[in-house]
Design a protein around this ligand. Structure first.
Ligand SMILES: C[S@@+](CC[C@H](N)C(=O)[O-])C[C@H]1O[C@@H](n2cnc3c(N)ncnc32)[C@H](O)[C@@H]1O
Length: 426
């Protein structure tokens, strides 16, 4: 889709419900949009505000670079204009044609004040969005838990991900929503996808789905090592007392973390939940097949974490009271799924010393979105009584061409991995 088509499509959609006294026709909206962008670059906050009051659309992105008013405000480095835009409908997370958000621009200019304004707006909007979603699903237990969506426009970011910029009418907020119906974006499609195990040009093992998406890749091993080191540190007193340790890992993949858990923690009980039939077959050819203390539970975690199955799962830990370490790292699941897991994970943890962690790859192709996602996760874990410590792990050039050759799209390009280590709040 050409950039021109994209912008005019947005104008048509957004002009469907103009506020009173606001511009109604597309030509006027375009004129207001162009003026808004100009004023964000060279006007005063008062002038920008006045234009918004006349109906200038904060969500508009111009055609040459895909920049919104917020991009121009951030590029100018004036936090007052950034604030005015955010207060008047600018979309905190809209990405330009290179995948850059206004927050990325502020970050690159070391403009901390503008960056924090954008980031905090992102956290605020996402919190409202998720709170509304929870309220809606609580009040209407029917199949649809979707918010009222006024309009959405589809775009593709620099890494080729399909992103839906969705406007939630009930909260007047905008969200990035994956609309990818393929194996990379839909868990059930993924579970039907044919998988291939091979070795990448970086010499590391990987599993790819039938579209060539990296389901698990060897470059992540140092991150899995960091997770296991962190949990070993947290459990050192229990291990020192000679007590039995139980671990639960969701998502086998290449079995990297499971191998490390065996080597480092020597768990008395090691439960693995794995949903993909090919991975389950693959496990049969690994040492995890028939290993003492290891039990592989076939199926999705969603099936194992409800009703009688949940009680059965907890009962598989040593002592039957829960696990010392729970880790989740699945594929083709979005933040909603992770949040749903937060809501049951405290049932799975044995006690105050127990540790929960997850593969933190949400939004990891963009620094702003990653930052917002981390903060959101921390708040949602706090809601369920978990306190999170974040450890920064340097990522050793995960952008190298050899890593991603033969892979449909790279899902990581940040220099630092933010590792969550959570336990019951005391
Ligand atoms: C990224 S890999 C896990 C990599 C693993 N941490 C390692 O160290 O090798 C994701 C795994 O989760 C599995 N999976 C995907 N969705 C799942 C679900 N809903 N429940 C359980 N397992 C799932 C996939 O089949 C895949 O084996």
């Amino acid at each position: 889709m050409s950039p021109a088509t994209r912008s005019s499509k947005r104008l048509k959609k957004q002009s469907a419900s103009p506020a009173p006294q606001q511009a109604t026709d597309e030509e006027t909206l375009l004129a207001l949009s162009a003026r808004l962008i100009q004023l964000c670059s060279e006007g005063t906050p008062e002038q920008v505000k006045k234009l918004f009051d006349l109906g200038a659309p904060g969500w508009y992105q111009e055609d040459t670079m895909g920049w919104s008013c917020l991009h121009f405000a951030a590029d100018r480095g004036d936090w007052r204009i950034v604030k005015t835009c955010l207060e008047n409908g600018a979309v905190w997370n809209s990405a330009d044609y290179l995948g850059r958000t206004a927050g990325d621009i502020a970050l690159s200019l070391n403009d901390e004040k503008s960056y924090m304004l954008i980031r905090n707006e992102g956290i605020r909007q996402e919190m409202i969005h998720h709170a509304m979603k929870s309220a809606q699903s609580a009040s209407s237990p029917g199949p649809s838990t979707q918010p009222a969506v006024a309009e959405s426009s589809s775009t593709e970011n620099a890494t080729g991900e399909h992103i839906d910029v969705e406007h939630d009418e009930s909260t007047n907020t905008y969200h990035l929503k994956s609309i990818d119906p393929t194996s990379a974006g839909d868990n059930l499609t993924f579970l039907r996808s044919k998988l291939t195990w091979d070795v990448g040009e970086d010499g590391k093992e990987r599993v790819l789905d039938e579209d060539g998406n990296g389901v698990m890749m060897g470059w992540e091993e140092p991150l899995m090592v960091a997770h296991v080191e962190a949990v070993k540190e947290r459990l050192k007193e229990k291990i020192g007392r000679g007590e039995e340790v139980s671990v639960l890992n969701i998502g086998f993949g290449l079995g990297i973390i499971d191998t490390l858990l065996q080597d480092q923690l020597h768990p008395a009980r090691h439960t693995i939940i794995e949903a993909h039939p090919s991975v389950l077959t693959h496990i049969q050819s690994t040492p995890f097949h028939n290993k003492a203390g290891v039990e592989v539970l076939p199926g999705r975690w969603q099936d194992w974490c409800q009703g009688d199955k949940l009680a059965e799962l907890i009962g598989k830990s040593a002592g039957g009271a829960g696990y010392d370490f729970v880790f989740i790292d699945t594929f083709a699941e979005d933040y909603e799924e992770l949040k749903a897991f937060f809501e049951i994970v405290t049932d799975l943890l044995e006690g105050p010393e127990s540790v929960f962690s997850f593969w933190n790859g949400l939004g990891a192709t963009n620094p702003l979105i990653y930052d917002v996602a981390c903060n959101l996760a921390e708040m949602h874990m706090d809601d369920v009584g978990l306190q999170t410590e974040w450890k920064d792990v340097l990522v050793d050039d995960a952008t190298a061409v050899e890593i991603w050759n033969g892979v449909k799209r790279s899902y990581w390009n940040l220099p630092v991995y933010r590792m969550p280590v959570a336990s019951y709040s005391m």
